[in-house]
Design a binder for this molecule. Sequence first.
Ligand SMILES: [Zn+2]
Length: 537
Amino acid sequence: METIFKNGNILTMEESAPRAEALAVQFGRIYRVGRNEEIENLSRPTTKVIDLQGQTMLPGFIDTHNHFCLYALLTDQADCRPAAGCVRGEDVVEALKAQAKKTSSGKWIMGWGYAAYLLDDKKELTREDLDRASKKHPICLVHVSVHGAVVNSRALKELGYTKKTPDPPGGKIHRDTQGEPNGILSESAFMGPLFFSSPSIYSKMVADYDREGRIEMMSRCAARYRQLGIVGAHDPFVDNLTLRTYQETENAGRFPFRLYAYILNQWADPLISSGIGRGFGSEWIKIGAIKIFLDGGMSSRTAAVYKPYVYPPKAGRGILNYDQKGINREIEKFDRAGYQISVHAQGDRALDMILKAFGRVISKGNPLRHHIVHAGNLTPPQIDRVEELNMYIASQANFFSLLGDGFIEAYGPIRSQELYRFHTLLKRGIKLGFSSDCPVAEPNPLIGVRDSICRRTASGQEFGPAECITAEQAVALYTREAAYFSFEEKERGTLKEGKMADLVVLGKDPLTLPPEEISSCKVKMTVVGGQIVYEGK
Ligand SMILES: [Zn+2]
């Protein structure tokens, strides 16, 4: 036996035997789970024996929607979150200025984590503010929702946006009173050039690193996640260079992390024509679903809704990247080719469209495990339809403490209480997986566990308390249930004989802690494939 963990409070997340004391690992897999005596009997002179001293062991966390590669890049750029000290508009400008000093002229700069409503002075930054950070660099300050951005004059020039440029489909170039672009861009107006085009600005920024720099960027990001007990993530935004970089990082032995890479529909044609299917890859990196963006985000007022947003006045009913025919065509194309499909849909209007589109193609039981990401605004009839179609939902409870006040402002005090009906979805037996949507929110899964129990916003408002779930349910959504999204429920997600030895050890038991203390529970150890990849104090 390679390794034995004993004297633990082991939460297997298996319904038949939820608790154990000890666990044995051999060849990267769980050999046995049980009582101390029976596991200790397996010990040989070469066995490494780890005394957990009553600490809690769980299956390693799986984040079913995490912009891994984007986060890896952004963490090298300007951190404009209040947590990084940007509490006023001017602090954001200063952070961008500091980034400009480190970056050669003409190269793109990104800032992240910004939103006017998160700032003490509620300052809505525009092109002029960012010009004070630099005129020599194109700058893109990404909104915390990642559904909007502010750019400077140099960036507008590079994007070719002038007074005469019409708004692109599914996007908006905001303008000043003279009709000149003011630097604020919504949805496809910045997502198009930044992410969807080929090569995108994101791809060019990644290509500016040399091979070693890219490997370093990805391995550092994986290491950060392992500190949080995350052993795997679904990255919904992977281009060719990123996929190659993941492989190079794995080959260099610097990626003990399980990545399920989604390919954006705009980039998927070479994949389809090659005939390479979902699941292709290694034990560590696999090609996952095809990702499609249908609408926007709630706090950015771009999620497509039937009733207009309550605030601000004239905020409208959101945006759509496809009409019904267009989305039907995309879904049909990838379903027919046998791919799993993951669609970003948030507002009720977008959710109706996607359920219609999936309703036309899904065969009984949803064998390809198509899923909707976010689905925050599902109405009761739509929940019925999700259940009928056996659709999966990848959603985010950790938004409540970060964006909840913004949701309440956008939807008003009544409609907002009906968002993210996790309790209802679970009661109906709908497959739900949890995720962070990092860099929108902090990747720490324990924040999501806390928020799904408490459902409180940063200012302390209640956010649909009828839809609270239990700690045990929330942990399952980051482990056992999350594994279904990559067809790996027999391989991962619970602590059971034969499954991969992907484990996390926590200082305290999140199932018995007061909910407010869960998010500060310390990760003591993370194990991936039987190897200890992180040890905390
Ligand atoms: Zn996302």
